[in-house]
Design a protein around this ligand. Structure first.
Ligand SMILES: Nc1ncnc2c1ncn2[C@@H]1O[C@H](COP(=O)(O)OP(=O)(O)O)[C@@H](O)[C@H]1O
Ligand SMILES: [Mg+2]
Length: 195
């Protein structure tokens, strides 16, 4: 693993955690405006998202918009046996329970979970990105493992992958590993980057 990844993770996590509550709300509002007019969002029925944690840009207004448009929203759930993510349907006001990382997951039966390739669009959190669609996560490799099936194929496979981030999470160029799955787009409070 490139040795600078841990340095970048530390500095980007610190920067995003230093944003004030009003700044976070402003970024979340601007992000919703960016995503809300994207055909990739408007044309998708099954959309995976996440709940903001550790200073991540907050997609709550995107989730509200998706519900208003009668789309099915999903949240990642950790498989108890594999270090992979499944996606649980998420409805307004649903009962939640914390996973082993202290992050809320919908408490529905595993039979309701879907796999990544059953989704139209996945909105992913990240720690750092570059304009080539490279993504640095928290270091667990969960999204890479979940999306590993894409490595053998082209980028046009479902779901479309859009990384959500504060602009301050941008790096000029990230070193990548063979297992990293690149993003199709990145959306920040300032712009959309199509890879
Ligand atoms: N497809 C995969 N199969 C098995 N292990 C994987 C796979 N993808 C990633 N990993 C493991 O996950 C670990 C973390 O991956 P990394 O890309 O550094 O994290 P992140 O994507 O969260 O920034 C790696 O050390 C790697 O061994
Ligand atoms: Mg990775």
């Amino acid at each position: 693993m490139p040795s600078n990844h841990s340095t970048i993770r530390r500095s980007k996590r610190k920067l995003r955690n230093q944003l004030t509550a009003p700044e976070q709300t402003e970024h979340a509002t601007r992000l919703r405006a960016q995503i809300g007019r994207l055909p990739a969002f408007l044309n998708s029925r099954r959309i995976a998202c996440y709940l903001a944690n550790d200073g991540e840009i907050d997609p709550r207004f995107i989730i509200a918009t998706a519900w208003n448009l009668r789309k099915q929203v999903y949240l990642p759930v950790l498989s108890p046996f594999l270090s992979k993510l499944y996606f649980a349907p998420y409805r307004s006001g649903m009962a939640m329970a914390k996973n082993r990382y202290g992050i809320d997951e919908p408490t529905c039966r595993p039979v309701e979970w879907v796999t990544a390739w059953q989704l139209d669009l996945m909105l992913l959190p990240l720690v750092a990105f570059d304009d080539n669609g490279n993504r640095l996560g928290m270091g667990g490799g969960f999204y890479d493992r979940t999306l590993a099936y894409r490595r053998a194929r082209t980028r046009s496979l479902r779901p479309k992958l859009i990384g959500l981030a504060h602009e301050l999470q941008r790096e000029e160029q990230l070193d990548t590993n063979s297992w990293d799955i690149p993003l199709d787009m990145i959306a920040t409070e300032q712009r959309i980057i199509s890879v």
